[in-house]
Write a protein that binds this ligand. Structure first.
Ligand SMILES: [Zn+2]
Length: 296
């Protein structure tokens, strides 16, 4: 795998970047399975640098975006859809909070749609939906499970017939090597006054600081982390103003959480009773941001 050394902060171009946390990733051993949403190898991480100026934390050296794209294209993740109910609850909360800013009937683009759990719910409450998903297997899941036609590819390859009123990036920003360039590309698809919804881990959270290198958001697929300051900066630089700032709460079944910690329990007799048991995890270690694109 090709790795590129980074000499300036990708967000603010500051040169005084410094080592933040030493990595445990072995680049030669990385495979598509490491990029699963349900990957449970928590604590596996790239070497991260941080910027003293804006607070951005990023993998350095960073894997090349085109190489990662191959992994996402080859990805299959059956476990993800099995947790549809819990993830659906998380997503329903987002749709409820979005509603005052974007009425039913608005065109909504979800980037990194996976098997379409969120888009299906968004469509059910009246949004006209479109989705971008690089994994052919997940695009097929979305078609089979919900009859959704997602665009299979990357943001760079996507062509839209209209501007969208809403773009959602739910646990996506931390997966790209250059969030600024990524947001700039997406901005072209969003109409003036449109809403951007971002869910992404908070490296400044108490959980991140207490758990150190074992924080559950450290995983092969996560290449960058924001705190409040750096996320504000990213949005401001791209012409957004924050309308609502929330902490994201996770809903999972007891089965999912237990098999994160004890993978050998997967598929055992516990599955049926434990899947019915839902937990709400309020770790307060992710941001949930609703930002409006300023009219020019
Ligand atoms: Zn910076």
């Amino acid at each position: 795998m090709k790795l590129a050394a980074i000499e300036r902060c990708p967000l603010c171009q500051c040169r005084d970047i410094a080592l933040f946390k030493k990595g445990t990733v072995v680049p030669e051993k990385i495979c598509a399975a490491d990029f699963k949403i349900t990957d449970s190898h928590y604590g596996t991480r790239w070497t991260f640098f941080s910027c003293p100026d804006c607070g951005f934390v990023f993998a350095n050296p960073a894997p090349a975006q085109d190489e990662i794209a191959h992994f996402y294209a080859a990805l299959a993740d059956e476990e993800y859809s099995q947790e549809g109910e819990g993830r659906g609850r998380n997503f329903s909360t987002i749709l409820r909070r979005l509603r005052p800013y974007a009425p039913a009937g608005s065109a909504l683009l979800d980037v990194g749609s996976a098997s379409g759990i969120f888009l299906n719910l968004a469509r059910n409450v009246g949004y006209r939906v479109a989705g971008i998903e690089p994994s052919a297997a997940l695009v097929a899941d979305a078609k089979r499970l919900y009859g959704l036609e997602l665009f299979c590819g990357t943001v760079e390859q996507f062509i839209a017939n209209e501007k969208f009123s809403v773009i959602t990036l739910l646990d996506v920003l931390e997966h790209v090597t250059d969030p600024g360039a990524f947001l700039a590309a997406l901005n072209g698809f969003l109409s003036p006054g449109g809403m951007l919804v971002i869910v992404t881990p908070d490296i400044g959270s108490l959980a991140a600081r207490i758990m150190g290198g074992r924080w559950w958001h450290y995983r092969v697929a996560h290449l960058n982390f924001f705190n409040r300051r750096s996320l504000d900066r990213l949005l401001q630089d791209h012409g957004f103003e924050i309308a609502l700032r929330k902490r994201f709460a996770w809903n999972f079944s007891a089965y999912y959480l237990l098999t994160r910690v004890f993978p050998f329990l997967k598929g055992k007799a516990l599955q049926r009773p434990l899947k019915k048991l839902h937990c709400r995890l309020q770790l307060a270690d992710s941001w949930e941001i609703y930002a409006r694109k300023k009219e020019r």
